[in-house]
Design a binder for this molecule. Sequence first.
Ligand code: MG
Length: 450
Amino acid sequence: MGGRLFGTNGVRGVINKDMNVQLAMDLGKAIGTFMGGRVAIGNDSRTSAAMIKSAVSSGLMCAGAQVLDLGLVPTPVVQHYVKNNGLAGGIMITASHNPPEFNGIKCIDSDGTEMPRSKEEEIERLYFTRTFRSMPWNAVGQMRQASGAVHDYLDSVKRLVDADAIRGAGLTVVLDCANGAGVVSTPLLLDDLNVRAITINCNPQGTFPGHPSEPVESHLRDLIAMVKDTGADMGIAHDGDADRTIFVDDKGRYLYGDKSLAITAEAMVRENGGGTVVTPVSSSMAVEDVVRRAGGDIIYTRVGSPVVARKMIEVKALFGGEENGGLIFPKHQYCRDGAMTVAKMLEIVTRNGPLSKLVDNIPTYSQDKRKLVCSEECKERVLAALVEHYRSQRVDTTDGVKICYDDGWTLVRPSGTEPLFRIYSEAKTSEDAKKRSEECEKVLVDLLAR
Ligand code: MG
């Protein structure tokens, strides 16, 4: 009895359409049956948070799990709590950067990592076969509020940076939490690090009145303007569940996530006199350039933070992350870590700033992105033929087909949800990036016609 429920970031849907209380409760029963024991649950600021969390919690208790409610918290706070309190697992009620009408249910493994696909499949099997545990009256789970999770998380973040140096630097930042879960943690972190914080959208509000919760440049106009107006040392933006962090530099320039990934990666490798950095094949070559010049190694993975985190555990990596602002610090935890990313960037700027200087020191590449329609049945055949076509060049098949050049690459990935290929190219100039994409697109069209 099959069926897929979990996407790349948990189960997500529009409230009272594909995400409803019946689904949430049944999924809670399945998760409770699978995890057993004590389970932490947290939520972001969405209007449906209480509704979905209550339904999931009922299901968990029906299956005999003990529920510890952390309330409104960032996803990495739940992950930290699960790992450090010996829990069976955790659940985060969030749809991260999706619009406010969405919500989602995301499972966290007992070690605090995002749940691997194999375990999600087991939960899906329980869900679709409806083989839930249903406990007798004297063995159903209980629910209690758990306090202190945010403070424990922030304390451990502060222990991993030179907090005294940051406190002495007299930094000013503008913080934009997108009215999401970051409002309960990052303002406290900044206060404790003696950083002057000018806040916008730092009240929890599930309609996201400030701007949509994806921290892309077009949503952060107010933040960018305020950094310029106030002469702040940086702007900081989180997504809705504050596992990701995006920065604006002291000149008011929006930094794509590959910039902060590269700046942090280089600093980490230099501090540690070497080390391995893990990132997906889609990351900018700038990351590899700076890791190598600092004396470190780079390992590429398939796209997706759980894959990056698992590879980091396997190779004992120093640092890793994705270019969407999701950075992973193994000394803290193996997951995207919004506040840890803030603290580390404050430390880097304290030691080597200003941020604009660090940005200008990162090699620049241009990217070209496009799509090409291809039926599901043809995808595999065309990708195999593509590898054959480029056999005289260095080709990486970690995720799709990546054709490597000395100064960039072209990556062709089949979409997991739509009948199309995504074509990404990177080069030193935008003309070259476009040329690379066009050439590859032509090859794909020819291969499709065969
Ligand atoms: Mg997120």
